[in-house]
Design a protein around this ligand. Structure first.
Ligand code: FIX
Ligand code: ZN
Length: 452
């Protein structure tokens, strides 16, 4: 139990039954004080380089560590949203992408934050972050914010943001098929050697486009062919082990399209090749190393290609395929998050049947208070406290502040509701119960599933 959390909460002893009137403050305080271990982000250590003008680090235009006001305001969620206000007929997409980041940010700030009320969750998040950093969210231009960030040291800023967000650890997404990232690992084996971060091997092309992935593996010295011969399978496993070792990865992950099926059918874009790679290379390797395999299911990539990262959408995925995988690979552990709201209830139902399935987070287009509330309530009602309610998916470091602030508020409200229902049965709930439950939800369930 995290005594640090419980020790300093005044007005209640650990074992005393909590009264209904105490619940609201106590639950919100305990959730605020419990450090969150963030199990899925797109954040990077400073050693991956930063393109952001700052006080101390060399600016690397292709650097992967994103932070500061211009990255915050040009987050791909906001690029999509600004195109709802200023259409491509006024600012053609390719013109926007040719603008320097500063001009893109000015454009977004003007149209989403000054000339319109920033009510969307992605807009509100920027405001929360700005305010939590002690800045005024009512500025008409970005100039004062730029000055604040230009004076910042990126490494120190990580500590500041983690402290404000009360995040104890950041789990990265390390896309080995991304040449920019891959070359940084090869150039500096200690690129991720930072106790605040953990690595995750992300392998989408291996399942989404095996022929393309096989060609890359051959380039990298693995004797893979586009046919799935035993040699190819062995070489794919060698590749996985090489990179899981290099990264000291804590799990392996993939994002899958809504049409993913197991077993594969001809219409399934992952297809027979993906199924074979999954069955004969990925899952056996993860099982042998006792590493979870994270499947993020339901993303249609580049539905609107002109928007680039902002152009992805969601789709209804097939739960029966997931249930088959959990049943047929009992030695494997599956972290699963799904992108369609309509998949959430069935995901909870199969999680009740398979303890090697750990549902996590309110992913992407679900990461909004209305849907986090719905999903978290459903998960408590069907799974008790045996799930991971949230991850940030932060792409820009500063986002940790708002993504965790906003989620903590929602999770606390739902948890309070659950405790009230328990008290109404006559069962007491103690302060210690709440501390234990919250620690599992924000930290312990993730750690325990990794260690299983
Ligand atoms: O596949 C993923 O990890 C997604 O989370 C991202 O690709 C997506 O762009 C995102 O950041 C959503 O929040
Ligand atoms: Zn993500």
């Amino acid at each position: 139990m995290s005594t640090a959390v419980s020790k300093d909460i005044k007005g209640s002893t650990l074992e005393a039954p909590v009264k209904p009137a105490q619940l609201h403050d106590l639950v919100h305080k305990i959730i605020a004080r419990q450090p969150a271990l963030d199990m899925h982000t797109h954040l990077y250590t400073p050693a991956f380089g930063t393109p952001v003008h700052n006080r101390t680090a060399k600016v690397d235009p292709d650097g992967l560590m994103l932070w500061g006001i211009e990255e915050l305001v040009t987050y791909h969620y906001l690029v999509a949203e600004v195109y709802r206000v200023v259409p491509a007929s006024v600012v053609p997409y390719e013109q926007f992408w040719r603008w320097p980041k500063s001009r893109q940010a000015d454009h977004i700030w003007k149209h989403l934050f000054v000339e319109n009320t920033p009510v969307s969750e992605a807009c509100r998040g920027v405001l929360t972050t700005i305010t939590r950093l002690g800045l005024d969210p009512n500025e008409k231009t970005l100039d004062n914010y730029r000055a604040f960030f230009a004076a910042m040291d990126p490494d120190e800023y990580i500590d500041k943001v983690m402290q404000l967000a009360n995040v104890s650890g950041i789990t990265m997404t390390n896309a080995v098929f991304d040449d920019n990232e891959r070359r940084r690992w090869l150039a500096n084996p200690r690129v991720a050697a930072d106790s605040r971060f953990r690595a995750v091997l992300r392998i989408d092309p291996l399942l989404r486009n095996f022929p393309q992935a096989a060609a890359k593996l051959t380039e990298w010295g693995y004797a893979t062919e586009s046919e799935l011969t035993p040699t190819t399978i062995d070489e794919v496993r060698r590749f996985l082990n090489d990179w899981l070792d290099r990264q000291s990865a804590i799990y392996c992950a993939v994002s899958l399209p809504p049409d993913f099926r197991y077993p594969a059918n001809p219409a399934d874009s992952v297809g027979q090749a993906g199924q074979t790679i999954l069955e004969k290379a990925i899952l056996p390797t993860c099982a042998q190393r006792k590493l979870p395999f994270a499947m993020m299911i339901g993303s249609n990539l580049r539905t609107q290609p002109a928007l680039r990262d902002a152009g992805d959408t969601s789709g209804l995925a097939d739960i029966a395929s997931l249930a088959r995988l959990c049943r047929e690979f009992p030695e494997n552990k599956f972290f699963v998050t799904m992108l369609a709201r309509e998949n959430q209830h069935e995901l909870c139902v199969i999680a009740r049947k398979f303890s090697n399935l750990m549902p996590f987070g309110c992913w992407w287009f679900l990461n909004n208070p209305s849907l986090i509330t719905e999903m978290t309530r459903m998960r408590f009602e069907l799974l008790g406290t045996t799930f991971i309610p949230q991850h940030s998916d932060a792409r820009i470091l500063d986002q940790l502040i708002y993504k965790w602030d906003h989620s903590r508020q929602v999770i606390a409200a739902v948890l309070e509701e659950m405790y009230l229902r328990i008290l109404q049965t006559g069962r007491t709930v103690t302060h210690a119960d709440i501390v234990r439950d919250v620690e599992k939800l924000l930290d312990g369930n993730f750690k325990a599933f990794l260690a299983q």
